[in-house]
Design a protein. Sequence first.
Length: 199
Amino acid sequence: MLGHSEGAIVAEALANKADSIILLAAPAISGRETYKFQVLHMLKQNNVSKDIIDYYDKTIDEVTSALTNPLIKEENKKQIVLSYLTSLGNNEESALSVYKTLSSPWYVTFLQTDPREYIREIKTPTLILQGTNDTQVKAELNIPVFEKLLKSEKKIIVYPNYNHLLQKSITGEVSEYDNIETTIEENILLDIVKFLSIH
């Protein structure tokens, strides 16, 4: 079973139903932690001050807590999230659009999901492929979790300068994706085939 990014979380959850699993750019930390990293990374790329980073570090926790708390009334939840989104620079229309995504059942489930629960239960051989330029699922935040919690037979390969789509990249930023012609690097496919030939 092979999964990329959120698809890798599905592979983690169903791992023991497969002969082996392959995880590409796989989250090992919770959706809430991943979302926070992504927003703070965006702010840092825009060279905002440390005070603003610290403010959003706290605010994001409050927002994701509200989104995942079924006891908070929908109108109150909407007010909290829209206030946060407009403070990030969204106008009213775009804030409402983003709110619909963040409050959707799919995204709320993503925020609530902690792959650690699945990873520590995996018993099947696992191949983990990650890039150092991944700005959506950061290698430094996720690979140590796999190294600590994954007790099954495993092989972890971290490719220098590869992005979230496992392409050679300069920055790894999402804005760079359209400028890269390669769909996926050939050596990634060769490493997958090598793993499958053994498992």
